[in-house]
Design a protein around this ligand. Structure first.
Ligand code: HEC
Ligand code: HEC
Length: 667
């Protein structure tokens, strides 16, 4: 939060500012110090209408028909044919307010003593939350009553080995795997510069995987002049959602059996009718005109191949097989499926922007001279949000960090001093041990868990480079393996001459840091944090109120979590009423179109795996049926709602024993 120049902080140390290690973050002095700096810099809540939605500037080199790409993207996102098991779609984990409200089979192991089968099938109970139970919710000083390192994630596929059949299936055993982080909402994710909790989905899409410039070997065949095919490097900026999308489809926890590649997926889908076994509402805002309703899927004469050819530039798919086949025998259109999949999904997710919440209507009205819409409790909550550093991190109309406005485009705001309107990816902050460290703007450690359980942005990539831009900038160039990373620009105020330039070897604060998630629709997307360890907004606010749970953690090799935590996170001393007001304010970030699944949040039918139920032949997979919804919306979405006690009777009945569309039931 704090863009302090190292020298400014040094100067403070000669005054009343304590020396390194002597810092008491609960001291009101720090709060004053912090706020005086931050006030200048961050813009507070506002309307999302009119906020820039990034579009890759070289999109024309790839996409000829964005409308067709959108149809393709929405179909692919919801289509159960995409997963190795013929069940698992992107939407299986992102079907409710873009996130996952399921309560059974959602726990993944953190610790060493863990029985996969038992925990994976466990039904979550309300009393499980929060996963860390403080002795006193208002004061972390009394320590934790219990601490659980498991994560509430999302169930993916059962482990299996891909058998190269065109059906995309293989042998499977066991129960569904579970992701090791909680599933964030896909709604508004287009506003982030980098995606995933740890930012590993790169802003620059290389057409092949999530690694952007890091993977120097990512090449795609391009047809040149009608009869030559050359392998080229693809660089598509401002496309982190495209980078992201190509990760889950081949992930062996989320959607794939071992050994399945994006080309295998392309081959298996190419001749298929999109959504062949799911109903599509004829009034669906994107797919409706192609719906085969009352039959399932899109019109039988539409195939994925046709949509790809309509949406994408021919150079990427038209090579005859006598001109091009890769070493595994894949044709150009199959080999380039990752490019099509990523860009099509990006096109769809870019439409999922929720800019019509009460908070938007409030600010839109004020701008037109109308009275505000917030009631008294919400107005008081807005003050609590402003005065307790919430808005310094959950910044601006996005209520998020690492967004385009702050990292890429910069912004104009008369209330913010011009020097801070510059875009910035890397900056300095004062950490809770009074150190001054460099970090990636928008990524923080707030003390949810010991940092060495999940390093977040502090981890290395698959090629031996740090994920963090701050660490790339402070590393010796010879230590960066993917050299192209060094020529990428990392906007920062040092570069603009506003603070001291960053030095090689300068300390960083990136271990255990995670992207600041948007608070838009946050009332709909429990459970919270990267661990999914908090079930209600009250629990989250209480966490902040006591200054976090693992602030004082020191790792075995002596690294203190304090040195990663922003000075802005400390005991807040909120009253019960302030906590309730703050929660009421957070609830004004809910867009009712998301609740009612109105366009653009309408969607095809989907059957989502949810736990296991009894049958004559032993336990079988049970499914939740999510009906198709048209543009005008439907029933309100289901929210995450674990029951108070674990009661076997609460395990959902197998829905009509099995889905009506003939999906194989797996154990
Ligand atoms: C098995 C459940 C599961 C499936 C299937 C799945 N996701 Fe996710 N998704 C997750 C989890 C868990 C995360 C967080 C992972 C992380 O950050 O490391 C995530 C993160 C995301 C995000 C990041 C949002 C943000 O704030 O950074 C987007 C966007 C997304 N998924 C889209 C997709 C798409 C597109 C697909 C299909 C290609 C997909 N997901 C399939 C569970 C799933
Ligand atoms: C120093 C930056 C910072 C400050 C200050 C801050 N947050 Fe956060 N917030 C984060 C980060 C980072 C996460 C994700 C942490 C994680 O999962 O490890 C988060 C997560 C959340 C979540 C969970 C969202 C989700 O989808 O899981 C809520 C709710 C939230 N913050 C509300 C608040 C409120 C209310 C305040 C003020 C009392 C506040 N935050 C202050 C950085 C901050």
């Amino acid at each position: 939060v704090i863009n302090s120049d190292a020298s400014a902080a040094e100067a403070h140390r000669d005054g009343p500012f304590p020396r390194e290690g002597e810092c008491n973050i609960d001291d009101p002095f720090f709060n004053r110090y912090k706020r005086s700096i931050v006030k200048d810099k961050n813009i507070g809540p506002g309307t999302l209408k009119g906020v820039h939605i990034p579009t890759p500037k070289n999109l024309d080199e790839f996409v000829v028909d964005r409308e067709a790409a959108l149809v393709l993207g929405k179909a692919l996102f919801w289509d159960m044919q995409v997963g190795s098991d013929g069940v698992q779609a992107c939407a299986s984990c992102h079907y409710s307010a873009g996130a996952d409200p399921r309560t059974q089979g959602q726990v993944s192991a953190g610790g060493k003593t863990f029985n996969d089968q038992v925990v994976a099938l466990q039904e979550l109970s309300a009393s499980t939350f929060p996963l860390n139970k403080p002795r006193d919710v208002t004061d972390r000083g009394f320590g934790l009553l219990s601490s659980v390192d498991d994560v509430v994630g999302s169930q993916g596929v059962v482990p299996g080995v891909f058998n190269k059949s065109p059906e995309g299936h293989g042998e499977t055993t066991g129960v569904r795997r579970v992701t090791q982080r909680n599933t964030p909402s896909v709604i508004n994710s287009v506003l982030y510069h980098r995606n995933f909790w740890d930012g590993r989905a790169e802003a620059i899409f290389n057409g092949v995987n999530h690694s952007g410039l890091r993977d120097r070997k990512a090449l795609l065949p391009r047809l040149v002049g009608g009869n030559t095919v050359t392998l080229v490097q693809v660089r598509i900026p401002d496309a982190s959602l495209a980078s992201l999308a190509v990760a889950p489809i081949v992930d062996t926890v989320e959607m794939s059996f071992e050994g399945r590649t994006t080309s295998d997926i392309g081959r298996s889908l190419m001749k298929r009718t999109p959504l062949a076994r799911q109903l599509v509402d004829p009034t669906d805002s994107v797919l409706g005109q192609y719906s085969a309703a009352p039959a399932q899927g899109l019109h039988p004469d539409i195939t994925y191949e046709k949509l790809i050819k309509q949406a994408f530039v021919a150079n990427w798919w038209a090579a005859r097989t006598d001109l091009y086949r890769d070493e595994h025998g894949f044709s150009q259109i199959e080999r380039n499926f990752s490019l099509f999949f990523g860009l099509a999904i990006r096109e769809y997710l870019a439409t999922l922007v929720s800019d019509d919440a009460k908070i938007d209507q409030h600010f839109d009205g004020l701008a037109k001279g109308q009275p505000g819409l917030l009631n008294e409790a919400e107005q008081r909550g807005a003050k609590v949000f402003e005065q307790n550093a919430c808005q310094d991190c959950h910044n601006g109309p996005e209520f998020a960090g690492s967004v385009y406005r702050t990292v890429v485009t910069g912004f104009e705001n008369p209330k913010v001093s011009p020097s801070f309107q510059h875009p910035e990816e890397v900056e300095r902050m004062t950490t809770s041990d009074c150190g001054v460290r460099i970090y990636d703007q928008g990524f923080y450690n707030i003390g949810v868990r010991p940092f060495d359980e999940d390093l977040g942005l502090g981890a290395m990539d698959d090629y031996g480079n740090p994920l963090s831009a701050a660490r790339i900038l402070t590393s010796r160039p010879q230590d960066i393996k993917s050299k192209e990373l060094l020529s990428d620009s990392y906007p920062n105020l040092g570069e603009k001459g506003l603070v001291k330039p960053f030095r090689i070897g300068e300390p960083t604060a990136v271990l255990g840091t995670f992207k600041i998630p948007s608070l838009r629709n946050v009332a709909l997307t429990a459970p919270y944090f990267h661990t999914g360890g908090y079930a209600t907004l009250e629990q989250v606010v209480q966490f902040y109120n006591r200054g976090g749970d693992y602030r004082d953690y020191i790792s075995e090799d002596g690294i203190s979590q304090l040195s990663m935590i922003d000075l802005g996170v400390g005991k807040l001393g909120l009253t019960e009423r302030e906590i309730a007001d703050l929660v009421s304010f957070l609830e004004t970030f809910t867009d009712e179109r998301v609740v009612n699944q109105e366009a653009p949040f309408d969607h095809p039918e989907i059957f989502v795996p949810h736990g296991v139920g009894p049958s004559a032949d032993g336990p079988v997979q049970t499914f939740v049926h999510i009906p198709a919804v048209g543009a005008a919306g439907g029933k309100p979405i289901t929210l995450f709602s674990p029951q108070q006690t674990v009661n076997p009777a609460l395990i959902p009945e197998p829905l009509g024993a099995k889905p009506t569309n003939g999906i194989a039931i797996t154990r």
